[in-house]
Design a binder for this molecule. Sequence first.
Ligand SMILES: [Zn+2]
Length: 122
Amino acid sequence: MSISYRCPTCGRIGEVDDDLAGQRINCPSCETEIGIAAAPGRDDDDFMPLAELQQARRNETFAEEARADQTIEWQRELLKESRDQSAHLKKIADNTGCIFIILAIWFFLGIAAVVMSIVGAW
Ligand SMILES: [Zn+2]
């Protein structure tokens, strides 16, 4: 009985005797070290079967993409927040401007009243 393997580097598909199950071989084409999965029905090896390995890699990729999405989401939140804040600050500045103008008018009216009373006293 033999076990088939696929080289992750060059994609070469080959077969080895099941004596080599759970061991490492070098790819005949590119010399990459390949872990040979155990024959079906045996699970006493450290090596993942090809399908599981691919699934694990796919899950990793998904996790990375999810992290990237999360980061973009955070950046959007931050941008929105800072926009809200600057709108809020602008509102405060507008209100402060109005109050300042009213105070200035009162101030000048006060001075005018003082000046008029002095002039009137003369
Ligand atoms: Zn290879």
